[in-house]
Design a binder for this molecule. Structure first.
Ligand SMILES: [Zn+2]
Length: 276
């Protein structure tokens, strides 16, 4: 829906210059009972799953994104009380620093897959991509417009999604959602574990529409590519095989615009080692 572009979404100049795919867009995509609104935030893209019975929100990278997400809910003609849960695609700071603040503002619980739930309740920090991969994250920061954390994120958010963070969510947690389980209240959607970039990464998939909300497993800086930043190469290979086995017509990546079209998974690039 064209009008979604009117949400107060920033289009950072650097991202427009540097990322070949361009910045993420505020966009609503609907097909075969699936309905997703993309809301580009300060670091990552927030996705709002829309169902007759409520809304589900995936990722909130910064506390500065909270007003924009509230605006998006209003734009959908819904109210904050319609939000059934808020969920991180994985527990990395650029996807979770605003999550607890958003959940508490909405009065919504936090939904997690089994690995993230064990991490959060066990007080363990998430594993980060190993050093040989980590340099590749540096050039991608200017491709996102060089976002600097605002004061709100420093104040308490740095507990979330960093190697030293304990991810102490103050909003209530729902029971963990198992690998392959339907998303309660969202007909047609299932959660799949998708480790590789992060141990706790999850994928949300709508079989009939072929929609895949995939966090950082796929990025779109260069037209749609498998994320080369990895925690675990073996897990990532299995996750790629899982995604190839699914019906996918549109990929909603953690960073960059939505990737669509026939053979969308086959068209995803594997970047050579010298590319970020
Ligand atoms: Zn990310």
């Amino acid at each position: 829906m064209r009008d979604a572009a009117r949400l107060g979404v920033r289009k950072p100049l650097l991202a427009r210059w540097l990322a070949p795919a361009g910045p993420a867009e505020g966009r609503r995509v609907t097909r075969a009972g699936a309905d997703v609104l993309a809301v580009p935030g300060r670091y990552c893209v927030t996705y709002i799953l829309v169902a007759p019975g409520g809304l589900g929100i995936v990722d909130a990278g910064s506390q500065a994104d909270v007003p924009l997400i509230l605006e998006a809910i209003e734009w959908l003609g819904r109210s904050p009380g319609d939000v059934r849960w808020v969920m991180p695609s994985h527990l990395h700071f650029d996807h979770v620093m605003g999550l607890d603040a958003l959940a508490r503002r909405l009065g919504a619980p936090i939904a997690l897959g089994t690995v993230a739930h064990a991490t959060v309740t066990g007080g363990r920090a998430p594993r980060f991509p190993a050093w040989p991969y980590l340099w590749r994250a540096v050039p991608t920061w200017p491709m996102q417009g060089m976002p600097f954390p605002p004061r709100e994120d420093w104040r308490e958010g740095l507990d979330f999604g960093f190697p030293w963070g304990r991810n102490r969510f103050r909003a209530p947690l729902l029971p963990p959602i198992a690998h392959g389980a339907p998303l309660p209240g969202f007909p047609g959607w299932r959660l799949w574990d998708g480790p590789g970039h992060a141990d706790d990464a999850i994928l949300l998939h709508h079989e009939e529409a072929g929609f895949l909300v995939c966090g950082d497993t796929v990025r779109n800086f260069f037209g749609g590519e498998w994320n080369p930043l990895l925690c675990d190469r073996v897990d990532e290979r299995l996750t790629r095989a899982l995604i190839r086995s699914l019906h996918v017509t549109a990929i909603f990546p953690g960073h960059g615009p939505i990737v669509e079209g026939s053979g969308v998974v086959e068209r995803l690039r594997r970047l050579p080692p010298w590319m970020p």
